[in-house]
Design a protein around this ligand. Structure first.
Ligand code: ADP
Length: 300
């Protein structure tokens, strides 16, 4: 009997063990299931987050595109406005200059009125220059035709021809070396040479005759042209700023100018993927370096 009891206890024990194991297994399975559910939830959340990020990025790109479009529109409007405003202002400036000139001839030179009229006359002249330069700046980069081969030598000569009055007046000496041909447009190239060479005369030293040299230097990366003068020079801390619009080192009483000439040059060169910079020594002169790329580039 004792044996039977033992046997029964033994069976019960193993039945308990099996039941315990089963319970453990069930628990483990439940844990695994909840882990799995958690993982599933997690990856679902991650996917949702990714979707949100993609949607957000798409929205950002779209916003940027819209922003760029409206900026371009605004930019074009502004350019047209500057162009139109300067064109319309030209006439009144010319009229003021003409009539103040007539009055100057009629007023006694010793009077206050004569002095005031002189102010009006020279202010209207400055205004005329400013308007012309503004117009040039606004139009720089607006070309109806694609760039074609432009001979720099020929265009430098054309620029010199436009400056002949000033060259004769000052007795300036000009030297021109061999220059390459580049892909560009004639009008802005003449303007570029003329702006820099006339500055060479304009900001010359009073004790010597202005001398301008135009030559190409060896450069394996681009066409590298230098326009050198023996003028008053530019301090190093102004080598960059003189290319910004309206930045002048010399005040209006010193020489007539608007401070837009070099900014226009920079804009022109930017259009051809080129560049411009200056190196100079005070009291000795300046070298304006003009760079044109070798590659045949499409206009944007
Ligand atoms: P502007 O001559 O109408 O004032 P620019 O944009 O052509 O305007 O030149 C900006 C300024 O840079 C000038 O006012 C002048 O002070 C200085 N500058 C330009 N070229 C020279 C030069 N060759 N030598 C000395 N200073 C110069």
């Amino acid at each position: 009997e004792l044996m039977v009891v033992y046997e029964k206890v033994g069976r019960l024990k193993s039945a308990f063990a099996v039941a315990k194991e089963l319970m453990n297994l069930q628990k483990e399975m439940q844990e695994k299931k909840s882990d799995f559910n958690l993982l599933r939830l997690q990856s679902k959340m991650e996917i949702q987050q990714k979707d949100r990020e993609i949607a957000w990025q798409k929205e950002m790109v779209q916003q940027k595109e819209e922003h760029n479009e409206s900026l371009e529109l605004l930019n074009n409007e502004l350019k047209n406005f500057v162009g139109m405003a300067s064109h319309d202002m030209k006439e009144p400036a010319r009229t003021i200059k003409a009539y103040s000139g007539i009055l100057l001839k009629k007023i006694d030179a010793d009077t206050k009125e004569y002095k005031y009229m002189e102010f009006i006359n020279s202010a209207s002249e400055r205004m005329g220059i400013l308007i012309t330069d503004l117009l040039e700046y606004a139009h720089a980069g607006k070309y109806s035709k694609p760039p074609s081969w432009v001979c720099l030598e020929k265009n430098c000569l054309l620029a010199l021809n436009n400056m002949r009055g000033r060259i004769k007046e000052t007795g300036a000496k000009i030297e021109m070396g061999k220059l390459p041909a580049v892909l560009a447009h004639t009008t802005p190239i003449i303007q570029l040479f003329q702006n820099i060479m006339s500055n060479g005369i304009k900001y010359g030293r009073t004790d010597i005759i202005p001398e301008i040299k135009v030559y190409e230097v060896e450069d394996y990366e681009c066409h590298h042209i230098v326009i050198e003068d023996n003028g008053m020079g530019i301090p190093e801390n102004k080598w960059e700023t003189i290319f910004e619009p309206f930045k002048r080192l010399h005040d209006s009483s010193y020489e007539k100018g608007s401070g837009i000439g070099l900014a226009t040059c920079k804009k022109i060169l930017g259009q051809y993927h080129g560049d411009i910079y200056v190196r100079s020594e005070i009291g000795k002169g300046s070298q304006f370096h003009i760079l044109f790329p070798f590659e045949i580039l499409e206009e944007e």
